[in-house]
Design a binder for this molecule. Sequence first.
Ligand code: FE
Length: 227
Amino acid sequence: MTDNNLGATGMYRSLVPLGEHHLPPLPYTYHALEPLISEKTLRIHHDRHHLSYVEGLNKAELKLMEARQSGNYAEIKHWQRELAFHASGHILHSIFWTIMTPISVGQPGAETRRQLDKAFGGFIPFQEQFTEAAIQVEASGWAILAWNPAWGRLETLTAEKHQNLTAWGSIPILVVDVWEHAYYLDYQNRRADFVRAWWSLVNWEEVECRLFAAMQADVSISSCAAL
Ligand code: FE
């Protein structure tokens, strides 16, 4: 069950009660991204891996609620780690499904291109940096294009697992999953082939929409009172 919550910007935002996160459905069929991502990979990735993050997040939230109620914080470190791991996994996968499409136009939208020009000197330099960052993530992780409201521009980030190396305050708008479960059945150990092929699935309209939404965030490193 969801509730509405008036955010700081005056916009209504969805509020998820503790322990009530749900697995979002894919915005396309399981075989829609073939041959670049197989039906089998997508079924396992979405129905098993993403679901486990949703379940893990719900469990961590409820365990932390129990700890608050009982006053027993003996396992607080464990459940805070579980919360960070599963929440990050749930959020990043939710974005990952929506920023892919079987009918990609192959080019960023006008504002995305303008912001890529400003931050990276163009789409191609950005794409090369993002691709290399994804290929070189150690072990499992993500490459992320994020809007950083503190300095008003885009930046690329990488995450080892989900929650390490994060930059608080950045808003991810384009993410690629480079955990082996995202590509191993289709590409085995050839992560570079997966990342390069993945570009042709990007849903640039969704990226543009996420960028506009992120740019509305009134977050700053200066004092809140100065806003
Ligand atoms: Fe994944």
